[in-house]
Design a binder for this molecule. Structure first.
Ligand code: NDP
Length: 237
């Protein structure tokens, strides 16, 4: 059955791969983007401008998507940023900005999606976290805190809405080949590769496949789970 799917930050990277995977299986797909979006990439995608740190922009984006495609049944909270630096150098603004985007931004979207999901007796929320959320990362106190917080959000939603056929799960990617990891220094990349049992980075499609699975009928009894897509990097966490 075709669903209405929203992927935040779906204009590039992992988000775009997720949007395209849902599109490929016949769903109605909306993305939010802050920067540019080239409709030639996928003309079927309904793209809305939205900065998820702005509650009014989130409200307007949902209203536009509902008018065009109907209520959001599958939310993939993917938009995220990093702003790495050691704790002793991290400004409060660097901490707050990352948390406001990665954690509060996801919360804004989840809250807005909830009423319609409950009313429709169907909802799938998927939060894109990171291996760093549970593993930690030197220079990533802000990012790790924001990504760990998503586990608390998903598990609380699971307890609140479990009886309403709304599931909430966390996908925790390891190192994926995107702009975010391309920005890492080569020496750091080599160090990371050594630590990954799979010995390679993943493609964004490998994250997307887990998202379509979690949104599908066969995953209806999976909720509050943290699913790693990390080649074994975070094992045991
Ligand atoms: P990219 O940097 O390639 O893309 C980030 C996306 O988030 C962009 O679409 C960007 O939009 C959007 N975004 C950022 N800030 C905002 C905002 N305030 N409002 C709306 N949209 C925003 O990242 P990836 O594709 O690599 O990462 C996607 C998600 O996966 C992130 O949450 C990231 O933390 C997570 N992740 C990534 C890993 C990796 O190895 N790449 C590993 C683990 C987790 P715009 O184009 O407008 O800037």
């Amino acid at each position: 059955m075709a669903r209405t799917v929203l992927v935040t930050g779906g204009n590039r990277g992992i988000g775009l791969a997720i949007a395209q995977a849902f599109l490929k299986q016949g769903d109605r797909v909306a993305i939010t983007h802050r920067g540019s979006w080239d409709p030639a990439i996928a003309p079927e995608i309904f793209a809305v401008t939205c900065d998820i740190t702005d509650g009014e922009a989130v409200e307007a984006a949902f209203a536009a998507i509902e008018a065009e495609l109907g209520p959001v049944e599958v939310l993939v909270a993917n938009a995220g940023i990093t702003d790495d630096t050691l704790l002793m150098r991290m400004s409060e603004d660097q901490f707050t900005r990352v948390v406001d985007t990665n954690l509060t931004g996801a919360w804004r979207c989840a809250k807005r999606a909830t009423t319609k999901m409950v009313r429709g007796r169907f909802g799938r929320m998927i939060f894109i976290s990171s291996v760093i959320g549970l593993y930690g990362g030197a220079g990533q106190v802000n990012y790790a805190a924001s990504k760990a917080g998503l586990v608390g959000i998903a598990r609380s939603i699971t307890r609140e809405l479990g009886t309403r056929n709304v599931t909430a799960n966390v996908v925790a990617p390891g190192f994926i080949d995107t702009d975010m990891t391309a920005a890492l220094p080569e020496a750091r990349k080599a160090e990371i590769l050594k630590a990954i049992p799979a010995g390679r980075l993943a493609s964004a499609d490998e994250v997307a496949g887990v998202c379509t699975f979690l949104a599908g009928d066969s995953a209806g009894y999976i909720s509050g789970a943290v699913i790693p897509v990390d080649g074994g990097l975070g094992m045991g966490h």
